[in-house]
Design a protein around this ligand. Sequence first.
Ligand code: FPP
Length: 252
Amino acid sequence: MAESIPPPAVLGPVPAHIAIIMDGNGRWAKARGLPRLEGHRRGVETVRTTTFAARDLGVKVLTLYAFSVENWKRPQDEVGGLMGLLEYYLKKELATFVRDRVRFRTIGRTADLPANIQKLLNDTTAATQHFSDYTLVLALNYGARTEVVDAARAYAAAVAAGRENLNDDSWSTFSRYLTTPDLPDPDLVIRTSGETRISNFLLMQAAYAEFVFTPTLWPDFSKADLTAAIADYNRRERRFGLTSEQLKPTHR
Ligand code: FPP
C-alpha cells in the first residue's frame, strides 16, 4: 500500500480564522469531460476534508463561500443541483458535527433559500450552537454589499429607536450589525483556481487579512495546500497600518 506523503510542517502561528473562496469546480469537471455538477459534487468532498484538516491544524474558525448572491444567475439546473448537494451535505454532516464538536453557522440571506434547506440549516445550527472549540461558517446567499446594506438598515433602525447614538462613529459599534459580531475577522483569505479576485466576499471583515491565491482547483485542494497557504501567511508581516519598525521590539 502506498504511504501517504505527510503535509509540510506549519512554521509559526496558525491563523485563527481562515476564509476560503472555493473556485474551480467547473474547470475541474470540464478538464475530465464531466458535467459541472460532478465538479461541485467533488467540491463537497473537499469541503468535508478541509473542514477537518483546518481543525487538525489548529484553526478556530473556517468560513467557506458556498453560494453567493450572484450565483442565482447561473443556469437553473446548476442552481438546483447546488441546492440538492447542500441538502445532501447537511443531512450527512449533522451527526458528524455533533460527534466532532463542530459549531456550525451561516452568513448570508438564508431566508431566501428553499424551505427544506432553511430547516436543515436551523437544525444543524441549533444542534451545534453550544460547541466552542471550532466553528464552521458557510456563506450561503452571501454578498458583502448585501451584508453592508442589511447592517446599515438595522443600524438606522436602532438609531431611530434610540438604542444607538448617531454621534458614535466607531467601527466597533457599527460592525456589530454585520453578520459576524461573534466571530474574529479572517486572518487569511485563500482563493483557489488561480483567480485573483475577492468577488464580494467578506469585504469589511477582510480589511486586514492576508490573501493567498493558489492555482489548485477546489476539488483538488488538500491538507498540503492548506498547510502551504498557512506557511505563506507566516512569511508575511501584518502591520495593520503601522511601520515595520514599530512592530519590532527594540532591545536597548
Ligand atoms: C465555484 O466553482 C464554486 C462554487 C459555485 C461555490 C462552491 C460550491 C461547492 C464547493 C459545492 C457546494 C457546497 C456545499 C457546502 C454543498 P465554479 O463552478 O465557479 O468553477 P469554475 O470557475 O471553474 O466554473
